[in-house]
Design a protein around this ligand. Structure first.
Ligand code: PLP
Length: 293
């Protein structure tokens, strides 16, 4: 996912109401150093981000992503982002995404220690080719998240609902999944509830109903899950947020991991046991997710 384009953003105050923020964007050389060594994003992972899927230059679900950036910033006590400035930054970066599938990434860091302002930037790159995994699905293992379902609400300082730059744990979980012979992981609470994958939301189908874990469980509220639920509802199908046990996943009629860049992939096995899948619905969901939204 080589970065093709990057721009630094001079963060505007949330109350600023100008129409045009292009003067606050500075394109930078993606091959040259750009951050100060005092950056708290690199020293502590202290910041928040968004990854937005771009298809043929069109960034999808921009509003949901900038709103979640603001939500993450609030949870982390970062200055409120100016939403219009970030919308315009997405447009500016997406104009440099390749034809086909790309990614625009937004980063808002606490900045340099004792510095005057947050550091913010946006990048555009091409996306990996996920054609095969969308067709073949993923085998997952369930991995202990180490806390119970109430932790998110009981301990907000754990920042469980924020998309922070600290993804080392998520990446470690993916490595563990691969060590166990699987492709991906689903986190499970100490009290036996499924949460999400390290980089995706979980949706399961039980009978005629599509279910996902409620965001109050201390997970990221996925923009793709939201879009899939709206899409299913528009077809008259039932959707619901719920507390889902590991048994609910293992006995589901079908299950998917959904996220902004890889889109919808079927779960074909859980902890080595095969799971039913619905290739026609998976293909239909991906056709929807890859259309301009
Ligand atoms: N949960 C986690 C932990 C994630 O990292 C992601 C995306 O990266 C998601 C869920 C899915 O979110 P979205 O659909 O907005 O990409």
């Amino acid at each position: 996912m080589a970065q093709r384009y990057a721009l630094m953003i001079a963060p505007a105050d949330a109350a600023d109401t100008r129409d045009d923020y292009s003067g606050t964007f500075t394109p930078i050389d993606v091959t040259a150093p750009a951050l100060s060594v005092g950056e708290l994003s690199t020293q502590r992972g202290d910041g928040v981000f968004e990854s937005i899927g771009v298809v043929d230059g069109h960034p999808n679900e921009v509003e949901a992503h900038v709103q979640r950036l603001a939500h993450s910033a609030r949870l982390c006590d970062l200055p409120a982002p100016n939403l219009e400035q970030w919308r315009q930054a997405v447009t500016a970066a997406a104009a440099h995404a390749p034809l086909g599938e790309g990614v625009v990434k937004l980063i808002l860091s606490r900045g340099v220690e004792h510095g005057p302002a947050p550091t913010a930037w946006a990048t555009a790159s091409s996306a990996p080719d996920y054609t095969a995994v969308r067709r073949d699905g993923v085998r997952v293992v369930t991995l202990d998240r180490g806390y119970d379902l109430g932790a998110g609400e009981r301990a907000p300082w754990l920042l469980l609902g924020a998309k922070t730059l600290s993804y080392a744990v998520n990446m470690a979980a993916l490595r563990e999944a691969r060590r166990r012979g699987a492709d991906d992981a689903v986190f499970v609470t100490r009290d036996g509830y499924v949460l999400e994958a390290p980089t995706a939301s979980l949706i399961i189908r039980c009978g005629d109903e599509f279910l996902t874990t409620a965001p109050s469980a201390g997970i990221l509220h996925g923009t793709t899950q939201l879009a899939v639920f709206e899409h299913l509802e528009s077809q008259g199908l039932a959707t619901r947020y719920a507390k889902l046990s590991a048994t609910d996943l293992a006995t589901a009629d079908a299950a998917w991991l959904v996220s902004s860049i890889r889109q919808a992939v079927a779960i074909t096995a859980v902890d080595g046991a095969p799971l039913a899948s619905d290739p026609a619905l998976t293909a239909e969901l991906n056709a929807f997710l890859l259309s301009p939204r």
